[in-house]
Design a protein around this ligand. Structure first.
Ligand code: SF4
Length: 57
């Protein structure tokens, strides 16, 4: 089943990354970041995504 929103653990990780000034947009490192692979409206600016898959994994 597809997660529709980040869980507590994901939200905490996001807060820590933001507090540390780390890159939080996922799409730049996502395997699906090209037009035919991802039709989600969040593409290019997703900070949390249930379909995220790191490039090269
Ligand atoms: S699957 Fe999610 S993280 Fe990957 S490109 Fe699409 S919106 Fe961005």
């Amino acid at each position: 089943m597809r997660k529709e929103s980040p869980g507590l653990g994901d939200r905490l990780k996001l807060k820590v990354k933001q507090a540390l000034g780390m890159e939080v947009v996922l799409c730049d490192s996502c395997q699906w970041n090209w037009r035919n692979a991802c039709n989600l409206p969040e593409r290019h600016r997703a900070i949390w995504c249930p379909d995220y898959k790191k490039k090269g994994t």
